[in-house]
Design a protein around this ligand. Sequence first.
Ligand code: SF4
Length: 347
Amino acid sequence: MTSARPDLLGLSLADLAATLDAIGVGATHAGRVFGGLHRRLLPLDAIEGLGPRHAARIADATFAAEATVEATHPSDDGTEKLVFRLGDGARVEGVLIPMRGDRLALCVSSQVGCAMACAFCATGTLGLTRGLRAGEIVAQVHAARRRVEPAGRRVSHVVFMGMGEPLHHYAATRDAVRVLREPRGVCIAAQRITVSTVGVVPKMRAFAADFGGRVQLALSLHAGTDATRRRIVPLAATHDLAALKAALLDHPLPGRRALMLEYVVLPGVNDDAAELEALAAWTRGLRCLVNLIPFNPFPGAPFRAPDDATVRRVGASLEALGVPHSIRWPRGRRVAGACGQLALVTP
Ligand code: SF4
């Protein structure tokens, strides 16, 4: 699968110009090629003004990422799980989540499987096969657009919360975000892109440096103490809560931005008063919003799903402790498309 050729859909406009220059097509074609590929979703040979010789030369010199929709699984709550087939036959999953009006958020995958093995996540049971190229992440957005735009809907938000840890193969995530933001292409505003991490501290710092806090960061926190976090997030043994907090305190937050902290509610594990008090103490000094996510079960999971009353009780406790929070009620659970359920199995 690996190829030393430049990843055409993962190239920024500037890198595309340099590539076209290097292969003799000429940098002057970069804008038309970028717009054709990313805005109009055209194949190279259909881009006006490029010509068949240049199109063939670009195709020969670059790697063409593929992500085609192999299967779709609509849920009764309006979400739709998409199974993407990549060029080498590997599969990853994404989820289209309806928002207001004609808008949709697309949850994309960054890896085939995941190495992080979080205990509450079905993807973590798969292990890691490989990281995606930037172009394969972008191609998921293109495939979703091809699916929804003919019906007058649009992908307005992209969240990196599908299969994989986006900061584990950071360069691909960074490059994909750059391409998706580019005004000549898909042009998704920085504040409408969210990158989630389970806490890869050095890459959180790189992400902050590369995007200046404009692209939303979501930290999968899930505990208020290191002891509990280590039980459910193996990476916590490498990056503890003190290191995470130090990175977040350094994370720039332009305007009224706030950090998103994800907290999967696991009854009997992280929902007692002492854990929530520790969480409240840890968040002090951070401009943040805690998203409570009721655990979404999967076959063989070592936890049970909380009932709604438990989730509301956790929310009320955070309220009393002065921690800004919201509850993310599950969507797509029926088709195993909710948070933590993506494992290429659909009931
Ligand atoms: S929660 Fe994220 S980082 Fe953890 S195993 Fe699942 S996909 Fe990987």
